[in-house]
Design a protein around this ligand. Sequence first.
Ligand code: NAD
Length: 494
Amino acid sequence: AQDHLTSLLEGFGLTATTLLSNWIDGGLAAGEEDVITLTNPATGETLVNYRDAGAGLIECATQAAQRGQREWMALTASERGRRMNAAIRGLAGHEEALAQLESVVAGKPIRDCRAEVDKVREMFEYYAGWCDKQHGEVIPVPTSHLNYVRHVPYGVVGQITPWNAPMFTCAWQLAPAIAAGNGVVLKPSELTPFSSVVIAKLLESGGLPKGLINIVNGLGKSTGAALTDHPAISKLVFVGSPQSGRMIAEAGARRLVPSVLELGGKSANIVFADAKLDEAVAGAQAAIFAAAGQSCVAGSRLLIERPVFEQVTSRLARAAEQIAVGLPSDEATRMGPLQNRRQFEQVTRMIDAAVAAGARLLTGGKRPEGLPDEAQGYFIAPTVLVDVTPEMEIAQQEVFGPVLVAMVFDSEAEAIQLANETRFGLAGAVWSQDVARAHRVAGQLRAGTVWINSYKAISVMSPFGGFGDSGFGRSSGLDGLREYTVPQSVWVET
Ligand code: NAD
């Protein structure tokens, strides 16, 4: 895997004495601070070393973004749309190498990485269409003035993303930011640094101005903090854990810079006894085990009405045992390892604590059987826990792993109460054939996204975000675009 990664990085021009792990002002640059070592999540072996960018490169990147943004805004809106569409064509022919690169570094099944590359294209295409459609409004003010409102960009925005879906998150935030007319400095997770660099490089080869998008890699406490504290950054967009999100919001508050926080979740998936159970079981399985549970919207709490509790949980446990867990490079693999040691240790500890607190393992909770010898990395079998009570840590805290907790309920009111008994509020689902009840329950869930008889349907066209510890602000759709502009009210004496 190490040689494979080296040849992929070479193919994208990133290899040198020190890895060229940053994309700044239209060129690749090596980091200047401490060495960061990446481990192969599937094998546990060292993959590659690169250097933390540090404050010096953040300075270069913000200056480049200011220049790039001025050049970008000197174009007409329709020209910006054309350039964004042309930029996406820069990815053409590189999709497979990009997917392979991500699969090795992030430890994600290759087929999932291919799907993620498709999402990158989709998000840029969608927001390219918005470039020349950001109309202002005329307000019928009670004076003789003509008053109109324009949506103006912030200038340079700072973005910080996590390791679980690096290409998706990168495009998810880059596309609306530039469609709204901003320059960007983005810091990916230190654990998955390269795919965002490659995406930015390919986009620019397709025709974006030099410096409009800059990718700077390093640790949160060094490069990340230098980005959030930089005076040129006038908006912060963060995707990650509530703990780090709090630090980002505090950094923003110190400088009076607004932030969007897309944080974690503990989403409830509610199955009523009258649901179509085949679909509910398949939906619940995908909700938690896709991406090995390392998804912010993972349906990690399954609430099941008592008459079907045994049936649903035993079917789910059987289905969990059928999931093909294996090496990310294997085409047959449907679930890979966890991405990193810290995550692996956290998930293992939380399962052990739940069992010690009285929860019962229906399946999983340990290393899966039948893995190839080289798979010495961070594998945990799909896990289903029952006898879980709402106050247990496993029912309250985000696990971010392939761990489902199943709880029983006896009434609609109890289901809603259990679902809302969390500090998070990212997503949730209701499975029932009673349409009126499904809508009634959905309307009472404190969650930014609710699915009925479905799970994880997501589109760049529809707003996404949380309540409570899941964060604030919205991404995707027009709401996501508006996070990147400020309304400016212009008064003209007539
Ligand atoms: P994390 O909070 O540890 O790290 C996220 C990013 O923040 C990384 O780039 C990290 O380097 C940076 N960072 C950390 N401390 C910082 C600081 N003080 N200043 C600046 N930057 C700092 O999160 P993670 O472990 O990478 O990702 C997992 C979390 O992300 C989970 O909680 C998951 O639910 C959440 N997530 C949310 C969404 C969403 O859309 N709501 C999407 C994906 C992941």
